[in-house]
Ligand binder design. Structure first.
Ligand code: NAD
Ligand code: ZN
Length: 358
């Protein structure tokens, strides 16, 4: 088991990674609160799939705390990461008379974590206690750590959000054993992202024979990178932008598929190879990386081909919030492990992107 810390401007997150830690949720929770600041009620927010597998177990475990534990189940799927779901959570919090000092626990993947985190960041101008228990590979290596929360608007992804570091993140690789294969693979896209932008050895680790055997290490390696990046730039003014590698085109693809055709991880996979192809054509990325990354993503069962027209993707990108005035920040790599952010005038982007249709 590893205990890591992320020092945010407002509060510090304790991140616990280890096989079996989910079963000790109540114990870890007690460990971070004193009598003076402990919550007097808990709301577990989870989705309709995860509820059937892990909710009862968590409720039984938390029963030993001797405080009321409520739950709110949201429908599973990115299409429910929206303001309507947030509104239903506010109703439950208000109807159960939750105060600012009570606790919200997000139990689920990135959709649950982003949604519950945003509710926690905004209910009564910010609930004091938030715990993340991520149950997908993607949420364990990425979304549960770093305090970015938010929901989608019909116009685009994550267009409403807030920064809110959780007090505690409990990462148990064992809960991934119930994940459908495609959801596990989607998480590998974000793992591979860390390899591309920071740590080339991660690509060797995912290309190895048995990923599951080294999963705890792999997750810890990714989370450690995220902590370093977020501690340097918590609110994404500079360095943190590199975590969006593959996401400019990825978000456009997700939107074009109405958030149902491609999962976030699958869209990021296509977005990453596209960013490398663009980079090679512009002389920014060292030649050879495109075919190397494509082969790795293929071996992980991830998609790499664009199925929408370059023009449609361009139009979807223009709606993305990463656009700043007449330009947008596009993340390239010089080589595996070396990311850079380049401001691209929107007027030039479509011309640049033509190469993706070849
Ligand atoms: N906040 C951030 O920094 C950040 C970073 C990366 C991604 N994200 C967001 O994360 C979201 C994607 O997250 P995701 O891929 O985890 O999707 P998800 O939350 O939709 O989970 C995928 C599916 O797996 C199911 N599931 C979850 N855990 C399970 C388990 N242990 N066993 C069986 N089924 C399980 C869910 O019910 C769902 O059907 C996107 O909305 C993306 O924008 C946020
Ligand atoms: Zn992502």
């Amino acid at each position: 088991m590893k205990v890591l810390k992320l020092n945010g401007k407002q509060n510090t997150s304790q991140i616990i990674i280890g096989n079996g830690v989910f079963k000790q949720a109540a114990e870890f929770l007690c460990g971070i609160y004193t009598d003076q600041n402990s919550p007097s009620a808990i709301l577990i927010i989870t989705d309709s799939n995860v509820a059937g597998i892990y909710l009862q177990y968590l409720e039984d475990n938390l029963a030993e705390l001797d405080i009321p534990v409520y739950h709110h189940v949201i429908p599973a799927g990115e299409e429910y990461k929206n303001l309507e779901t947030i509104s239903s959570i506010y109703d439950t919090l208000a109807d159960s008379r939750f105060g600012r000092d009570d606790m919200i626990i997000a139990l689920g993947g990135g959709v649950t974590g982003d949604t519950a985190g945003f509710a926690a960041a905004t209910y009564m101008r910010g609930a004091r206690h938030l715990m993340q228990i991520p149950t997908t590979l993607l949420s364990q290596v990425d979304s549960s750590v770093g305090g970015k929360t938010g929901v989608d608007l019909p116009q685009g992804k994550n267009m409403v959000g807030a920064f809110r570091q959780p007090d505690l993140v409990l990462i148990d690789p064992q809960v991934l054993c119930t994940l459908p294969g495609d959801v596990f693979r989607a998480g590998l896209a974000e793992v591979i992202k860390y390899g591309c932008i920071w740590d080339p050895e991660i690509l060797d680790m995912v290309s190895g024979e048995n990923i599951t055997a080294g999963l705890e290490n792999l997750i810890e390696r990714c989370v450690s990178i995220k902590i370093k990046i977020v501690e340097e730039d918590e609110t994404e003014k500079g360095l943190r932008r590199i975590l969006n590698f593959g996401h400019t085109i990825g978000h456009g693809i997700e939107k074009l598929g109405d958030f149902a055709e491609y999962s976030h991880g699958e869209a990021v996979s296509i977005g990453m190879v596209s960013a490398i192809k663009l980079g090679e054509s512009l002389g920014i990325t060292k030649k050879g990386n495109y075919s190397k990354l494509k082969a790795i993503l293929h071996s992980c069962g991830l998609p790499t081909e664009l199925t929408y027209s370059v023009e449609d993707i361009y139009k979807a990108i223009l709606l993305d919030k990463k656009k700043q005035g007449d330009s947008l920040n596009f993340i390239f790599i010089n080589d595996i492990g070396k990311a850079l952010v380049k401001k691209i005038p929107v007027a030039e982007l479509l011309i640049m992107m033509k190469v993706l249709g070849d």
